[in-house]
Design a protein. Sequence first.
Length: 620
Amino acid sequence: MSPTIADTLFINGRITTLDRAQPEAQAIAVKDGEILAVGSDADMLRHAGATTTRIDLQGRRVLPGLNDSHTHLIRAGLNYNMELRWDGVPSLSDALAMLREQAQRTPAPQWVRVVGGFAEFQFAEKRLPTLDEINDAAPDTPVFILHLYDRALLNAAALRVVGYTRDTPNPPGGEIQRDAQGNPTGLLIARPNATILYATLAKGPKLSPQDQLNSTRLYMRELNRLGLTSVIDAGGGFQNYPDDYQAIQHLADAGELTVRIAYNLFTQKPKAEKDDFVNWAKLVKPGDGDGYLRHNGAGEMLVFSAADFEDFREPRPDLAGTMEQELLEVTRVLATNRWPFRIHATYDESITRMLDVFERVHAEIPLTGLNWFIDHAETISERNIDRIRALGGGIAIQHRMAFQGEYFIERYGARAAEQTPPVQKMLAAGVPVGMGTDATRVASYNPWVGLHWLVTGETVGGMRLYPQRNLLDRHTALRLYTEGSAWFSTESGRKGLIKAGQYADFIALSDDYFGVPEARIKELSSVLTVVGGKVVHGQDEFKPLAPPLPTPSPDWSPVGRYGRLAVPGAAKAAPQGSAAACCAAPCGVHGHRHLFAALSRPPVSDPGSFWGGLGCGCAF
């Protein structure tokens, strides 16, 4: 019998399949968007025909496409082109130089938004900007800076447009800091939850529908550059269904998605959450869609009374006494309709109470087979890990501690931080574990920062959190970001391995993940990203294979100024003496050339230099 003819052959690679039956290979044969066969070059060439395209992998390390089990791609896509990203900026002086320059370029009534993805510990100065520094950098253009979920910094112009005055009362769960005269200073504090931060950010202008499409395309291509081929979208505050899903649905209908998305629905109605899920169950059911955009169930917000936001600067919040009854009602609706669900839970105390509810529901309507899971679980106990396993659940973890481990240690001590979260114990218990980022408003969307954290136990500020016994080897860490995450969208067997019958989603790396020193894991990126057998990103020798990047819109977008789409001549606006104005300064952390610089030069060929919507990744 003649071998099946492949559409494309990818040959001459060093392929880590993660398939235990065939862990290494040289070549991949692809047909109709799926992997036809995997093996040696000689074996795969048997699938070549007159119409087969051959792509030489140039000896690159090839991995299954990465899969972020907890992110907020749909919301991030709608806003990406408006955001000035500080992910990876090495110093506060650099960050303020970017802020000053972007403020000059941003037209009224638009804001300059720095929305998460950074921590003060990444800066050489080891601090956040002061309000005076922000006002000096942007005296007239509104500026909103979100730091994790603990605070937001607004300049005077932003305070004016959002209307916060001495007569504005503190909203429930938040604080407007005031001076001695009672006037708002510009500091908003989440105490004990992030509602004030969300609500204030939502007051800003939105992109036009066409710009939202452009923004989402560019954000997906940025994720492709970092090796992501799939995500599970966890919804988000002020992300309403179906209104805020129109852009992603439009792109899906047009066949323009370059990242596979399984999306969860996040309730927006405190004290009326059950109504949301009852109504949504009439509109959509889990699995609706296709391999590129599909519904995945409920959460991460199921009821607002169960939210225990992880601001480690503040004491652990006690959940409301109404939580159990409200969560019970919602979980019954979900179990009855066979909806998988996810729920945000940072602390073991919260998880204990949630599991009490889930066990009650399970006694009435079994939860097994639903692929439900806990998100975050930084302080979960072994007892609760076992309870999750008994109910057929999983745990989705993220590298949030890499961004706020210092705060945790300051409050709870270094010993308590040693297993936050206790990943080794989860794996030993046999609980499904998937890795993600919780991007973009907390941690960076760069998966390699998360893989570095799993392997080294270090924060972005360089603090070592975990002893050696709690670290993962590189293969195990990678498996959590691939095969492990597939369980959380009920797609085990379809993605996560380079294996016949799975989606043809894989990446070739800028350097060898298994060979580079640990410190350089966070610098990796993809030079070739393939989704459904199609090249969606190409760098260096693979660049001609990839579709061209869209031009960012609107034209003042920070994405076109500080990222890999930087425009020529941008250096003219850079402050003299700043790192942004001087591309030749060596990076003090890693010693490679400072390509911070989209402020100072057009795009360059170094694939590790641009990520996070700005120029330099060398702070990591």
